[in-house]
Design a protein around this ligand. Structure first.
Ligand code: NAD
Length: 451
């Protein structure tokens, strides 16, 4: 099976009209984030973990940069007839263990450096969860809420076409991330399958994961990242003799990850007492009905106007006393002031990179545990793997089967990370990186470097 032959080229597309791309939201820049701060932070973690396990220097060198970085500029006709040029990225960090794998993000703050950071984190997650995947990530710099549904479909399809043969079910497999969902994946799969020719059409469903179930997705994928977070929280609670029943939580970001984590934890007796998203922050000391709030956000696009809570500021949200904080929105949300304000026992990172290095140091010094992103939110890629396997075998697993496998995988990963952290006297993030690096190093040593 050969992939479609349209190859993206650097800034290869020209269009008669260029419209401005919205600026990043204020909350990101308010922490003083420099453009490449996120990628640099990931490289620092890589360096620290490499020291802990005496990683071969050449392995660190290879992993310090992505294998491929693609930028595509592509034109899309908007409903008004105007033609806008969009900038899309796909970064392929590493494919030693299997095809590149990672989400597609639609957000105005998408930058090449952030996508590089996110792609490399996917390499660590796949290795940590023992998945036969490498790491990749992509995105388009725009606000999906600012366009119509028909425009969104044309943007998604044209981006998929621009990526061309640089994605594929055995080469690079996108999935949903912030601003994208199962619908986005259905459009991507349909576009790709129309590019490969009719005799291959049925065999390329695995080009993306996180699809709607009727279009080849798996049961359990939409809640998988939230579910994985919950398995980690359960392990943490057992390890620390902490009772989840009757405990409280605050959640930043009530999209796919945050809302599913809140809904599943509510069944274990954890009450969500404050929430926030791009529209603002709400508090309800009695606890929100997570299910109802999830339905509300699905219908209205944000928590704004939800009747069951009182509006608070971002600062008040971060200072709310609770047991658990689940940041499930953007990177770089917990800086110095947020870290000092937090009044919780545990931060479980649903988002990728929500805690910046200074914030992390303060949080840990204050005795607050952090379940790091590469462990805590890896349930998504794990169930994506289950979807990919089902597509390859033309099978459909039950939700119970998916959940059971995910539970085993997440709890094993948690225990392995926790054990390494204890034996090497390092924090859980560095232990998670170290475990992933050990597995990658073992394969590099066996295979050596071509030629
Ligand atoms: P989503 O688009 O479904 O939800 C994103 C949420 O973040 C929304 O509630 C949005 O309002 C909020 N948000 C956006 N900008 C914000 C701001 N400036 N301040 C506060 N809140 C803001 O996205 P998602 O899939 O839930 O992803 C959330 C995070 O989880 C991302 O960091 C993503 O990389 C990570 N993640 C997602 C998955 C997955 O399977 N979807 C897997 C692993 C990690």
């Amino acid at each position: 099976m050969s992939p479609p032959d349209s190859k993206p080229t650097l800034a290869a597309v020209s269009a008669p009209l260029v419209s401005d791309i919205p600026a990043p939201p204020a909350s990101r820049t308010s922490l003083g984030a420099k453009e490449n701060e996120f990628f640099r932070a990931i490289q620092d973690y890589l360096d620290r973990a490499a020291k802990v396990i005496n990683l071969e220097p050449y392995v660190r060198t290879i992993l310090s940069q992505p294998k491929n970085e693609l930028i595509v500029n592509f034109p899309v006709k908007m409903d008004s007839g105007e033609v806008r040029l969009f900038k899309g990225y796909r970064v392929q960090h590493n494919n030693l263990l299997g095809p590149f794998k990672g989400g597609i993000r639609f957000h105005p703050s998408v930058t090449l450096d952030d996508v590089k950071a996110l792609a490399s984190m996917m390499t660590w997650k796949s290795a940590l969860l023992r998945l036969p995947f490498g790491g990749g990530k992509g995105g388009i710099k725009f606000d999906p809420r600012s366009v119509s549904k028909t425009e969104l479909q044309r943007i998604t399809r044209r981006f998929t076409h621009a990526l061309g043969g640089n994605i594929g079910p055995d080469y690079d497999i996108p999935a949903p991330d912030m601003g994208t969902n199962a619908q986005t994946m259905a459009w991507m799969m349909d576009t790709y399958s129309n590019m490969v020719g009719s005799y291959q059409k049925q065999s390329v469903r695995g080009v993306v994961t996180g699809k709607p179930v009727a279009s080849g997705g798996t049961l359990g994928r939409s809640k998988a990242t939230g579910q994985g977070i919950v398995y980690c929280v359960i392990e943490w609670a057992e390890e620390h003799g902490f009772s989840l029943e009757g405990s409280t939580m605050i959640v930043q970001g009530f999209g796919n990850v945050g809302s599913n984590a809140a809904v599943i934890l509510s069944k274990l007796g954890v009450s969500t007492i404050a929430v926030g998203d791009h529209s603002g922050y709400l508090i309800n000391p009695e606890g929100f009905n997570a299910h109802k709030l999830q339905d509300y956000v699905e219908a209205h696009g944000s928590i704004a106007g939800y009747p069951g809570g009182k509006s608070i500021t971002r600062d008040e949200f971060f200072a709310t006393k609770a047991d658990i904080f689940a940041p499930c929105a953007l990177e770089n949300q917990i800086g110095e002031s947020e870290a000092r304000a937090l009044n919780v026992k545990l931060v479980v990172e649903g988002a990728n990179g929500p805690t910046n290095p200074l914030g992390e140091r303060i949080v840990l010094e204050r005795g607050i545990d952090i379940l790091p992103d590469v462990l805590a939110n890896s349930g998504g890629v794990t169930v994506s793997y289950y979807e990919w396997v089902q597509n390859k075998r033309s099978e459909s697993w039950t939700e119970e089967e998916v959940d059971e496998r995910l539970e085993k995988a997440m709890k094993r990963a948690y225990r392995e990370v926790s054990e390494l952290a204890r034996s090497k006297k390092c924090d859980l993030r560095i232990a998670a990186y170290a475990l992933a690096l050990q597995r990658l190093e073992a394969v590099y040593k066996e295979r050596d470097i071509f030629p």
